[in-house]
Design a protein around this ligand. Sequence first.
Ligand SMILES: NC(=O)C1=CN([C@@H]2O[C@H](COP(=O)(O)OP(=O)(O)OC[C@H]3O[C@@H](n4cnc5c(N)ncnc54)[C@H](O)[C@@H]3O)[C@@H](O)[C@H]2O)C=CC1
Ligand SMILES: O=C(O)C(=O)COP(=O)(O)O
Length: 630
Amino acid sequence: METNNRTYVFDFDSTLTRVEALDILAEITLANNPEKHKIIEEIQNITNKGIDGDISFTESLESRIKLLNAKKSDLNELIRRLKRQVSKSIEDNKEFFETHAEDIYVISCGFKEFIDPIVKDYNIPSERVYANTFEFDDKEAIIGFDSENVLSQHDGKIDCLKNLNLPGEVQVIGDGYSDYVMRKAGIADKFFAYTENVSRDKAIDNADHITPNLDEFLYLNKLPRKISFPKHRIKILLLENVHPDAFERLTDDGFTVETVSRSLSEEELIERIKDIHVLGIRSKTQVTQKVIDAAEKLMAVGAFCIGTKQINLEACKNKGVVVFNAPYSNTRSVVELAIGEIIMLMRSVFARSTELHNGEWNKTAKGSREVRGKKLGIVGYGNIGKQLSVLAESMGMQVYYYDIEDRLALGNAKKCHTLEELLSTSDVVSLHIDDNANNKNFIGEEEIKHMKDGAVLVNLSRGFVVDIPALKTALESKKLSGAAVDVFPVEPRANGSFVTDLKGIPNVILTPHVGGSTEEAQKDIADFVPGKIMNYINSGNTVDAVNFPNIRLPRQNNRHRFLHIHKNVPGIMAKINKVVAKYDLNLTGQYLATDDSVGYVIVDVDKEYNNEVLQALKDIEHTIKFRVLY
Ligand SMILES: NC(=O)C1=CN([C@@H]2O[C@H](COP(=O)(O)OP(=O)(O)OC[C@H]3O[C@@H](n4cnc5c(N)ncnc54)[C@H](O)[C@@H]3O)[C@@H](O)[C@H]2O)C=CC1
Ligand SMILES: O=C(O)C(=O)COP(=O)(O)O
């Protein structure tokens, strides 16, 4: 048992529990009442008015009890339900109530009949619970309350706390008017507005601290807690219209998430990144060395897309920032668009459609071809290229592919040994190479020369891969009969006006980088990437990180986990182990993953250790980042 000359006075309803107990009692007693919803609404209105101080508390209590029409036996069901409605972070931090039992009081305007049994499980005995008591008639119906009790009176908590005459600093933790008035009256030293379940403006305005959960309260008071760092203190910035599911998943897990619908410029990002712990982007935002230099708190970057070349992965790694992406979530979407565009181009559908939009009927078979039996050349036989290969073949196309890596042919696809071979063979060329800078102007004047006369080109990879002036010339000269272009060398940061040199050329399909923009893909990405981020932030796992040694860690049960990221220089492990030995840590697991430049050591230890070890580990030369998880 620890005491520190401080007492903690907790409110009950909506603080220790997620609900107002009398609302739940109403649900029980009115279950079969046809007027149920109306009466519950009325009770809630009265409750809120009482909590906010708009009507006298005694008045609110009297009216509610009358409407409730409850019996003693209903209280058993109420207690059963309340036990399941203890606030999550209170439940998580049971240990605090055990270690500080002597210092914790409950002062509530609720009723001891249901508060005592709930808080007993949290080591708070009945004698430290101050609350009202019901009055029953001889048929055990609740007919009122003990009106002698100060807590049944307006501002009764002030008198109650005064009478207790508690020694040392008195901190009040609650969600409403009756709690902060104790501080206002000068009886309590601090008031913490507890917003885990409800957030009331009046409580917030009168608070010394706002505490969204008990973790924050314990963190502020440097008290033992279930979690090393309150999650709402971890700030996540999601740019570029990331699907709202990502926001939901991350906020549900307790993080503070901000969203911006567009991409930010380098200067804007440098400004915003300073207090950000996790950044989420798509293909547009450039995470440069300068951005990383300014990112003092950054732990992870999530690319909510496939490509990661917009991120300086090396700079991230050297700063201990782990990068994740979604390598498969939008693959199918790109492939489906490619298939659609190949057919549209071969049939000159967009040319015919534009004519008709302009009032011109041009029924003709000229320049309209089936894809069946035609040769499709896929450049880049990776995840997208291979799926396209399978679907195109099932439509009867003959598939050829070219890749700088040795890729196994799927189905009857034929491998080309040179790009020229592929270009000169194919009726349709579809580009699916990756986004590395060496692929700049991969298709230019020379390459186009090798293509068959009248062939079509599809680019759903990256804008810089195709030399646009060369493509324009080839289309205008009819060397190529059409093109579909989804990606551009320079793309705008937000939706709005955009001009390309390819504008107005017939049989050219232009789309604003929407290859991966389907509801299915974006939803899947919004599930996948936050999953990886949370797995890293919450447990240290780097599985599927694109720039970091990958490690899958076991669950840490009731242990503390030290995560040490350092430069991979000779002797560093010896130094870490020396510190571990010096502080006589009781290790329950040790894991190591390294690459050429960084090392990532994870040490699981028994909870009891000398806190000085933390600084000693941080101080080891070549340490990049260190954190503790529990
Ligand atoms: N338009 C859009 O909305 C989208 C575009 N993309 C783009 O598609 C690209 C490909 O995606 P995945 O298939 O998932 O990538 P991947 O990494 O699985 O496949 C890329 C393939 O290209 C090959 N490659 C790279 N450079 C090459 C070269 N110069 N010559 C021949 N082969 C080369 C690689 O060896 C690899 O097999 C992404 O990097 C991204 O740039 C991806 C998703 C959506
Ligand atoms: O996944 C990719 O690499 C893409 O090109 C799609 O990017 P986006 O999420 O649409 O910005």
